[in-house]
Design a binder for this molecule. Structure first.
Ligand code: SAH
Ligand code: SF4
Length: 392
């Protein structure tokens, strides 16, 4: 846990920071000087905030951490277009963020998108996801979420570039750490702090219905992406185990209400797994489920993940699936995955570090997935309960 450590500065609201200085009899502009150092420029530590007297720097340094993301290993892929960051947090927890560069093309400006983590590990346990295999570690602090962005932003600024988009598609289920994710988004969105427009922020969920409904009540905020993966309950029970708690119809109903209340289109993500969720039966079921909705479907070939019996669907199969959705009037795109050769599927680097499970454990896991997905293809629902810690 990080409870014993001083809080990260970027996780403090401007009011909390101002109160800290006020309680110590310091003038209000001191808080602004610190906020400037946290949010602007390339300052790396409290010691570098030269506008503060030395004694105040010392007090600040013992009360807060300037940065909670300090130990980072970077790997490049796609000829430098993808940078995968593995961050070791102060309690040893490993998390990942991925920076993707999209050069300018006719009709679109250059973009730099950062994919960030909201938890170390994940309790949902989707079997095609490396984070799911790791299991749940802990929720990230607000500062730990925000500092992934500060890290990438400093890197971009040093190269004369600017972060344009943030997606919560790294490790963890953001809607199961929703209070902190919302506080982090406020900081990222606030003009006095990071200042990125809400339209440039996307939160992805595997279908935590009460969380979606809470977001809907907040009104138009950021883009919501729902990881759908399958339209039929028997198969989605296997691919997204919390479907046993909130079945697909409830997820879609919540997503529809969100779209109606916010006027924002819902984005559905489908990881395409060869022979598992890419059949004509599945395309037909998905077309029926989404027909008439203000939705966009993204089909993404599965990134290879160790210890699964599965691989990506072949491109012609994905194209046929896309064509069937489009024929039903559903906007559909195929997204190429990034950084496959450095293990850019979320959680893959951290899983590598966690070490190899014993061969019999891997063999049992594979056999169980093959049996479960075979049953699901025939339309049988699993009788396993939802994963522990989810949906209580
Ligand atoms: N927990 C949230 C957000 C993080 S996962 C969610 O599931 O939506 C972000 C996205 O990465 C999800 O759409 C997830 O299905 C996808 N993903 C996970 N493992 C993958 C893999 N091996 N190949 C392709 N996409 C994967
Ligand atoms: Fe968790 Fe998302 Fe991975 Fe599923 S896909 S295990 S919800 S991080």
């Amino acid at each position: 846990m990080t409870d014993a450590l001083p809080p990260g500065l970027s996780g403090l609201t401007p009011e909390a920071l101002a109160a800290w200085f006020d309680e110590r009899g310091e003038p209000a502009y001191r808080a602004r000087q610190v906020a400037d150092a946290v949010w602007r420029g390339q300052t790396g530590s409290v010691a570098d905030i030269r506008t503060l007297p030395a004694a105040l720097r010392a007090r600040l340094e013992s009360a807060f951490r300037f940065d909670t993301v300090t130990d980072t290993e970077v790997r490049e892929a796609d000829g430098g277009l993808t940078e995968k960051m593995l961050h070791r947090l102060d309690d040893g927890a490993l998390i990942e963020s991925v920076l993707m560069h999209y050069p300018a093309r006719a009709g679109s400006r250059e973009r730099h998108t950062l994919c960030i983590s909201s938890q170390a590990g994940c309790a949902v346990g989707c079997p095609f996801c490396a984070t799911g295999e790791l299991g749940f570690g802990r929720d990230l602090e607000v500062a730990e979420i925000v500092d992934q962005v500060r890290y990438a932003s400093r890197r971009l600024v040093a190269a004369g570039q600017r972060l344009t988009n943030i997606v919560f598609m790294g490790m963890g289920e953001p809607l199961l750490n929703l209070d902190r994710v919302l506080a982090a988004i406020s900081a990222l969105n606030d003009r006095q702090r990071f200042g990125l427009g809400a339209r440039h922020i996307t939160v992805s969920t595997s279908g935590v219905v009460p969380g979606i409904r809470r977001l809907t009540a907040l009104g138009p905020q950021f883009t919501l992406a729902v990881s759908l993966h399958a339209a039929r309950d028997p198969l989605r029970d296997v691919l997204v185990p919390l479907n046993r708690r909130w079945p697909v119809a409830e997820v879609i109903a919540a997503a529809r209400d969100h779209a109606a209340a916010t006027g924002r289109r819902i984005s559905y993500e489908v990881t395409m797994i060869g022979g598992v969720n890419d059949t004509e039966l599945d395309a037909t079921a998905m077309a029926e489920l989404l027909r008439g909705d203000h939705a966009h479907v993204n089909l993404i070939p599965m990134n290879p993940v160790a210890h699964t019996p599965w691989t990506a669907s072949p491109m012609p199969v994905i194209e046929r699936f896309a064509a069937m959705l489009k024929a039903a009037g559903i906007q559909t795109t195929i997204r190429r995955n990034r950084g496959t050769e450095v293990g850019a599927a979320c959680g893959q680097l951290a899983a590598e570090r966690a070490g190899e499970p014993a061969p019999p454990v891997v063999a049992r896991r594979r056999a169980r997935l093959v049996a479960e997905s075979a049953a699901a293809l025939l339309g049988e629902r699993s009788h396993e309960p939802a994963p522990a810690g989810v949906g209580d």
